[in-house]
Ligand binder design. Sequence first.
Ligand SMILES: [Zn+2]
Length: 266
Amino acid sequence: MMDAQQFALLCVYVLAGLLGLCVGSFLNVVIYRLPGGISLSTPGSHCPQCGYVLKWFDNIPVLSFLLLRGRCRSCGKRISPRYVAVELANALLWLLSVALFYKVNLVYMAVAMVVSSLLICVFFIDLEHMLIFDRFQILLALCGVVAMFTDSFTVWSDHLIGAVVGGAVFAGLYFGSIAVLKTEGLGLGDVKYAAAAGLLLGWQKLIPAILIGSVSGAVFMVAANRIRHAEKHTEYPFGPFLAVGTLIAMFFGNAIIGWYWNLLFL
Ligand SMILES: [Zn+2]
């Protein structure tokens, strides 16, 4: 039988999963509307093809998509699978936050949830529009301030060092590529992002975050250029890769660092 504590934990998981889906549904609205400067609240959700206004039962995360087989109820046009991907990704990252941090540190768990949702927005908006909104950077930095005083594995100064070093290194790359290559190798948004991510992670976890972001970004660009036979000028956003690196470092950074130390000293 399940004791009271296990039951409470089960409830937390179910709640985090369901709320995660609903918040994911709202993130879709943010991702779709914010870059176009459209109000987040009005008009209600509608089909971009035919304007059909969604009823509440068309708007249930994942379930409605499955029931309608990914098509608009009114015009039958396909609905982008991105909507379901965002909902599922947010729910999974919220569940991961509970699994890793619920028993260790409740405030840090909440930070991990907010950062997960924030970075899903950064990922998809930068992927499509090549920009990271300042309001996301500010929110990420605010989460960083909370993490600074609640992260059990680092002290507050580690987070300040992370912000300064992250910002300085990326600013160096930014101005360096303008001076040497006469082109922006990365955007000014990436520089601000590195500083905010450094504040969140602390310098120890910022290192794996940037390594994972850069390597996965480089591999993707080489592969994409091969497939597309693109000219050299094709620009790719760096933000989505940095966001993935940040999430991996936030969730598994301590494990990665521990594994690396063992590798060095065993
Ligand atoms: Zn439609």
